[in-house]
Design a protein around this ligand. Structure first.
Ligand code: ATP
Ligand code: MG
Length: 292
């Protein structure tokens, strides 16, 4: 049985795509995988090895042909689409290579949307939090612009802000730096690292890029739909340990978001224990940095 801190548990998961009645592709073969809260797990492997299929199954966007899928301790293998769309909205954040922002909405509105769809944020709360999230990811200047008016790197940061909107248990990224320049990629990597280290966000990231992969705790290599290797990354990670954006600024933005969350949870009469834990984590980090 999955335990509480297991955000992902795949048990003997296989996926077969039928191209015709008797022609098929085995995109995933007998995958067993656990991802715990607070981890960054990266998935590498050649084109066609099953990375996107794996991301889609973890993200409940696709179903396995056999095996079971537990996300956040819940068996979602046979859940219906109505349940799953709510599940995704509330518990998962997605970042794709092509950003997938809604073109007719501004950056601010794109980030507000998932919050408004839950019905658990007032319009004012959603707007304030969306602004704070855009601050957090370093693009406060794009709030009122539409996706077509901003760069790829900026769009991807808006997409990350959107992925974080509902405090997801897991953020799923499929080639997050696949369409952007190197400098923007570094910014994205710094952000992922900061969000993970100081805010406890859990990530699974499919990538071809070794530098992206090395920010994780583990790399999983896929080939022909099978996991062929898992590596411990302690050593590689040290080499990329230098932060290029100011963690204090990010931490302060995050504290402001937590204040807003606390007001909202109190308004709804909901439990704030988890939030207090996160605030302690971030306050501890600021204290270590000799701030506040
Ligand atoms: N909807 C689908 N219908 C049929 N075959 C599919 C479908 N999606 C994926 N496949 C096949 O499954 C295999 C795995 O594809 P997948 O997209 O998961 O690979 P990938 O590792 O993400 O590749 P890339 O690095 O190019 O993104 C491939 O052989 C692909 O052709
Ligand atoms: Mg892919």
């Amino acid at each position: 049985m999955p335990t509480n801190d297991e955000v992902v548990r795949l048990v003997h998961v296989s996926k077969r795509y039928y191209l015709s009645r008797d022609v098929y592709v085995d995109a995933l073969i007998d995958i067993n995988l656990t991802i715990r809260a607070g981890e960054i797990v990266t998935v590498m492997g050649p084109s066609g090895s099953g990375k996107t299929t794996l991301m889609n199954i973890i993200g409940t966007l696709d179903r396995p042909t056999s095996g079971r899928v537990f996300i956040d301790g819940i068996d979602v293998t046979d859940a219906d689409e109505k349940y799953l769309s709510r599940f995704r909205l509330e518990r998962l954040g997605f970042v794709f290579q092509q950003y997938n922002l809604l073109p007719q909405l501004t950056a601010l509105e794109n980030v507000m949307l998932p919050m408004l769809l839950t019905g658990r944020y007032t319009k004012e709360e959603a707007m304030e939090k969306a602004r704070l999230l855009l601050d957090l990811v370093g693009v406060p200047h794009v709030v009122n612009k539409r996706p077509s008016q901003i760069s790829g790197g900026e769009q991807q940061r808006v997409a990350i802000a959107r992925a974080l909107a509902n405090e997801p248990s897991l953020v799923i990224m499929d080639e997050p730096t696949g369409s952007i320049d190197l400098a923007s990629s570094y910014l994205i990597l710094d952000l992922v690292r900061l969000l993970n280290r100081y805010m406890g966000v859990t990530f699974v990231i499919a990538t071809h890029n070794m530098e992206v992969a090395s920010i994780g705790d583990r790399i999983i290599y896929l080939r022909g739909g099978r996991i062929i290797e898992e590596s411990d990354l302690g050593r590689i990670r040290e080499e990329f340990g230098k932060l290029r954006i100011d963690p204090i600024t990010v931490a302060r933005s995050y504290l402001r978001i937590l204040d807003l969350e606390e007001r909202r949870l109190r308004r709804l009469g909901l439990d704030t224990t988890n939030l207090e834990k996160r605030r302690d984590l971030i306050s501890e980090f600021l204290k270590q940095r000799g701030d506040r």
